[in-house]
Design a protein around this ligand. Structure first.
Ligand code: T3D
Length: 265
């Protein structure tokens, strides 16, 4: 296997992207950020890619920022962590959210710090039962970043969000699923099978409708009902004019499987 910090495998209709620094539990350094960005850009541009599976090599998913790059003797008295968020983590979160195809995160092991929150930025999160989600930041006197305060408060409510953030309590995958933080917790040996089954389904599905659905769901948590109804009208108008819609309804009426032809974006 390659020792590149990010592996990108193109499958039939979808891609698997693997964070690959297992000795550091796939903690992010700059090269890993750059390679992940390049892999996501390639997936977005590839009309043959209908979905993305993001996972980690080894026993962890991602332990957040590589702290060996933050040794105080190296970074000095007055580091600007806001700059690294602006350069790497914030664009990554924005990229995942805006990706016009479903991103499935297969959390194979511990997801800590920004590693947990990058997972939560994905569209569907499935975790191995042995995995844990840790808002590790308070242990090193930081605050949750990579969207952590946004995801946690919206997904599990302020009471649980606050306790997770302040205590760095390791939340087991099954609890994360029971709390609504993630979609499902599955047996460890079923994780990739479940994730690839989902990706294969999306790969043969109506790509444009998925992109529009993402936009609508993302807007819902901040829109008023009126604004959301207006947005649904606008996006449904677009969906209803697509070839995929014609094919979906025709297939239903003809009692046959729909045959969607994938289009980029
Ligand atoms: O800095 C900025 O740019 C701002 C952005 C910040 C974003 C952030 O993510 S801040 C939060 C950073 N992450 C952490 O604080 C988590 C640190 N890691 C841990 O707390 C633990 O490793 C875990 C709870 C995740 C897992 O514990 P455990 O006992 O299963 O494994 P371990 O033995 O601690 O780790 C295994 C190896 O991975 C170990 O190396 P070794 O001793 O075998 O050579 C450990 O040092 C290494 N490792 C784990 N996490 C990191 C790491 N190395 C560098 N950076 C890490 N984040």
């Amino acid at each position: 296997m390659s020792d590149a910090p990010v592996l990108h495998e193109q499958k039939d209709g979808y891609s698997v992207i693997t964070l690959n620094r297992p000795d550091r539990l796939n903690a992010f350094n700059e090269l890993q950020h750059q390679q992940l960005r390049a892999a996501l850009d390639a997936c977005e541009a590839d009309a043959g890619c209908g979905a993305i599976v993001l996972t980690g090599a080894g026993r962890g998913f991602c332990a957040g920022q590589d702290l060996s790059d933050r040794d105080p003797t190296l970074i000095g008295e007055n580091p600007d962590l806001g700059k690294t968020l602006e350069t790497f983590y914030n664009p990554l979160v924005r990229k995942l959210r805006a990706m016009p195809k479903p991103v499935i995160c297969a959390v194979n092991g511990v997801a800590a710090g920004a590693g947990a929150n990058i997972a939560l930025a994905c569209d569907i999160v499935i975790a191995a039962k042995s995995a844990k989600f840790i808002q590790a930041f308070s242990k090193i006197a930081l605050i949750p970043d990579a969207g952590g305060t946004y995801w946690l408060t919206r997904l599990v409510g302020e009471a649980r969000a606050m306790a997770l953030a302040l205590t760095a309590h390791p939340l087991p995958a099954q609890d994360a699923a029971d709390w609504g933080l993630i979609w499902r917790a599955v047996e460890d040996d079923q994780l990739m099978e479940e994730a690839t089954r989902l990706a294969e389904g999306f790969a043969s599905g109506p790509t444009r409708a998925y992109a529009l659905t993402k936009r609508a769901v993302h807007a819902a948590s901040t829109n008023s009902l009126d604004a959301q109804l207006d947005l649904e009208r606008q996006l449904q108008r677009e969906a209803g004019r697509s070839d995929d819609y014609k094919e979906g309804v025709s297939a239903f009426l003809e009692k046959r499987p729909a045959n969607y032809r994938r289009k980029a974006g």
